[in-house]
Design a protein around this ligand. Structure first.
Ligand code: URA
Length: 189
């Protein structure tokens, strides 16, 4: 583990820990406030993210941005990243070995950002961070506290594109995040 961003970022530049390195255009490391209270973790880059080297800039990301705007969440104030940093071919779910190879980068990001709250976007994020026993349908919208971090599992933004109900639930979950953030700020004062 690195105790600073420079070394961590340097360590990933030529990463070949898994087969996703072969077809990538860009590593999508993460974006946002490196001291954010709230961190968002998705699954892995899609085509647009791979092209731009930034997380959640495609259709799903735009939908997430809309929710952020509606709720008054400043995208620059949070930190956004993914389970895997390179695009899985055809946007398939990252395989176990790929996620495992990449997870140390994410652990290091969490260590450096020190978020109070982590929003887990979809099943891949939930299972890789909290464990395979968790299912997104049963877990979404419910706080899970572990080692002083509050986790909020919710739908992956791509799922919202297909389902209006999930959009409402996603909003609800993000509202809970804002409430918890305020509560935690009050406790600190
Ligand atoms: N889906 C993800 O899980 N992450 C991104 O960055 C974009 C789409």
């Amino acid at each position: 583990m690195y105790d600073n961003w420079e070394e961590l970022e340097q360590s990933i530049i030529n990463c070949q820990k898994c087969k996703l390195c072969k077809a990538r255009k860009n590593i999508v490391f993460g974006e946002g406030n490196k001291q954010a209270d709230v961190m968002f973790i998705g699954e892995g880059p899609g085509a647009d993210e791979d092209t731009q080297g930034l997380p959640f800039v495609g259709r799903a990301g735009q939908l997430m941005n809309k929710a952020f705007q509606g709720l008054g969440i400043d995208r620059k104030e949070v930190y956004i990243t993914n389970i895997v940093k390179c695009r899985p071919p055809n946007n398939r779910v990252p395989e176990e070995d790929e996620a495992a190879a990449c997870l140390d980068y994410l652990r290091n990001q969490v260590l450096l950002v020190k978020p109070k709250i982590i929003v887990l976007l979809g099943s891949t994020a939930l299972k890789n961070i909290l464990g395979k026993e968790y299912g997104i349908t049963a877990s979404r919208g419910k706080w899970i506290e572990k080692k002083d971090i509050y986790y909020m599992p919710t739908w992956h933004p791509a799922a919202l594109l297909r389902d209006e109900n999930k959009k409402i639930e996603f909003w609800k979950d993000l509202k809970q995040v804002l409430i918890k953030k305020k509560e935690l700020e009050q406790i600190e004062k």
